[in-house]
Design a binder for this molecule. Structure first.
Ligand code: TXA
Ligand code: MG
Length: 387
């Protein structure tokens, strides 16, 4: 946690020094890689650059930004001076920083401008683990406020070419750190409530299971283990719409410009109508009486029964692999790349296979549901269709 960068090459050092100069002299945000997704960052002490973050993304001003730090020294100046770190936070920081975890703290209004907090009394802070992100923060000596580096409402970028396609004309400097390892954004956690429990405001790269495990080890000798409250959707109960979440989650999110449908291949809830991919394509693309050839994008796991579905004749199928259903971390890493790759290939529609909401599956399904206009339960019987 010292924050002293070690550079892999002179080229890397020079790029980071240039980016640091950019932060200090241009009043303009820049793109940098993190282990979750690419960010559009600016110093928290540069109101002009912060305001350009919002205009570049088309982001509503009531959606607060996460502040990124490279060392623990940078944390306390951001917080109310009398704030005492709860045991839960100490355990999470010890175990998961640097990494894909953003924690809510009472913000010090003298150091954190209200443009960043959107007027909330709290500030979300995280210490990224990506070496380029940490070196940039350490060399510039400035905590960086950074949302994901995409136009508001689009999937977050996980590779530089995603950024170039979306914001290439609007940003002056992009640091390329290769493909992001997690591929979904950080987990946003609020542990400030008086009950001592943790609330997951946004599921993300750090899993709830790992957080629960950290709390269990921390309170091994105690009788009370704080709870981790998370709201799983069942697609049926409207009350879950009222669950606590981040201000950002009320906006339409993660959507490619192509229509997306979520296909559930698990056991359907009682009374839910099931369909087949063949019938869905037929009705979604309104194929009756139309001879135009379409391209159907299918994002599925390697084991998926959907991959061998039969489709209406004369149309192209573009399958994007989400990897094995046995490794949800690969699926998380590939999800946004799948949306953005299929979108760039101009498919006419995207079908994405749902997964169980455990581990990374919770963040995956959260993103997929926000991208998808429709949810269907699909029953594929490969044997029958082969006849
Ligand atoms: O992984 C990530 O967190 C990436 C990388 C760049 O670090 N950043 C990111 O930022 O995803 P953004 O702005 O796209 O999402 C931040 C989320 C939003 O949903 C926002 O509402 C929430 O965090 N958030 C930020 N500050 C908050 C606060 N004080 N209270 C509640 N939610 C907050
Ligand atoms: Mg975002």
């Amino acid at each position: 946690h010292t924050g002293v960068p070690v550079f892999s090459s002179d080229e890397t050092r020079e790029a980071i020094e240039e980016a640091s100069n950019h932060i200090h002299s241009t009043h303009t945000p820049l793109i940098f890689p993190t282990e979750t997704v690419y960010g559009l960052g600016a110093s928290i002490t540069d109101p002009e650059a912060i305001s350009k973050i919002f205009s570049t993304k088309g982001r509503p001003p009531d959606n607060p930004l996460i502040v990124h730090i490279s060392s623990m020294d940078m944390l306390s100046p951001l917080l109310l001076p009398d704030f005492v770190l709860p045991d839960t936070y100490a355990a999470l920081i010890e175990r998961f920083w640097p990494g894909p975890l953003a924690l809510l703290f009472p913000a010090n209004p003298e150091s954190v401008p209200t443009t960043i907090t959107a007027g909330h009394p709290t500030v979300a802070v995280r210490m990224p683990s990506h070496p380029v992100a940490r070196a940039l923060i350490a060399v510039s000596g400035k905590p960086l406020a950074a949302p994901s580096g995409n136009s508001s409402g689009k999937p977050s970028p996980t590779r530089v070419e995603h950024v170039v396609r979306d914001l290439g004309d609007k940003v002056e400097l992009i640091l390329d750190g290769g493909a992001c390892g997690f591929g979904v954004e950080s987990t946003v956690v609020d542990g400030l409530a008086a009950d001592g429990n943790l609330r997951i405001l946004r599921p993300g790269g750090l899993t709830v299971e790992d957080i629960e495990d950290a709390l269990r080890s921390q309170s091994r000798d105690h009788t009370h283990i704080p709870q981790v409250l998370v709201y799983r959707r069942d697609y049926i109960d409207k009350a879950t719409e009222m669950a606590p979440t981040t201000p950002g989650m009320k906006y339409k999110h993660y959507s490619p410009s192509v229509p997306v449908s979520l296909l559930m291949t698990s056991q359907p809830p009682p009374d839910v109508h099931t369909t087949s991919l063949f019938d869905l394509v037929q009705s979604d693309l309104r194929l009756t009486g139309d001879s135009q050839s379409r391209t159907i994008g299918l994002m599925v796991t390697d084991e998926s029964p959907l991959a061998s579905s039969s489709l209406p004749a004369g149309h192209k199928l573009r399958v994007y692999s989400l990897g094995s259903a046995k490794d949800l971390s690969v699926m998380a890493r590939r999800l946004f790349d799948g949306f953005l790759t299929l979108e760039s290939e101009a498919v006419d529609i995207i079908y994405v296979e749902g997964v169980e909401e455990v581990r990374e599956g919770l963040a995956i399904m959260n993103r997929v549901r926000k991208a998808a206009g429709q949810v269907y339960w699909v029953k594929e019987s490969v044997q029958q269709e082969d006849k």
